[in-house]
Design a protein around this ligand. Structure first.
Ligand SMILES: O=P(O)(O)OC[C@H]1O[C@](O)(CO)[C@@H](O)[C@@H]1O
Ligand SMILES: [Fe+2]
Length: 189
């Protein structure tokens, strides 16, 4: 029997960086079609800011194993909508996931394939359990980077297709200085 080596790494709790992890950068241009206000999107695209960075430690896609990743989700808005991660179902849809809030303020939008949505606020120390079959997207509702850890089965995979096409049934927006969860006018079941 060949055993893998155990691993211990220290997440930088200020920056979210995991030493030695694979870094992925998502700019606004990678999120084309995701925000409802297309005019505001085109305007901000001139700057093309980084929306989020992921530091991932991933294993081969085998059942039983685990991946983990931090995400640094920057503050910002497109129109009234706060910056968010793309959001996805898992390719193996019955795979669950755990998130843990490290720094900043935000939340997670979750949704079943039928479009039933839930919003869970997150701050440092919040654990979110993402049950099997639920799509999940994180949102930064604060004015500093929102940093969190995700732990997910190595064989879960990412299914971005349906969210890229239809979005979530709810939007997370700012209204009179408050965070509001509102219906997505472009949602189609
Ligand atoms: O994959 P998305 O939807 O862009 O969101 C990024 C975050 O979600 C994960 O895919 C885990 O669900 C991580 O790689 C990262 O923490
Ligand atoms: Fe996931």
């Amino acid at each position: 029997m060949e055993y893998k080596n155990p691993l211990g790494v220290d997440i930088d709790l200020e920056t979210g960086v995991i030493p030695g992890a694979k870094k992925l950068v998502r700019r606004l241009s990678d999120l084309k079609g995701y925000f409802v206000d297309e005019k505001a999107y085109e305007e901000l695209l001139k700057e093309n800011p980084v929306v989020y960075e992921v530091y991932a430690v991933e294993q081969e896609e085998k059942d039983g194993d685990l991946n983990f990743a931090t995400t640094v989700l920057y503050p910002g808005k497109v129109g009234r909508e706060f910056f968010f991660t793309k959001g996805h179902y898992h390719s193996k849809a019955d795979r669950a996931e755990i998130y843990y809030g490290i720094k900043g303020k935000g939340g997670m939008l979750l949704q079943t394939p039928e479009g039933k949505a839930e919003w869970i606020e997150m701050k440092p120390g919040t654990v979110v359990y993402v049950p099997p079959y639920w799509a999940h997207r994180t949102v930064n509702t604060g004015d500093e980077p929102f940093i969190f850890l995700a732990v997910y089965p190595a064989d879960a995979g990412h299914d971005y297709g349906s969210i890229a096409e239809k979005g979530f049934s709810k939007l997370v927006v700012e209204e009179n200085g408050e965070v509001r969860i509102v219906d997505n006018p472009k949602w189609k079941e």
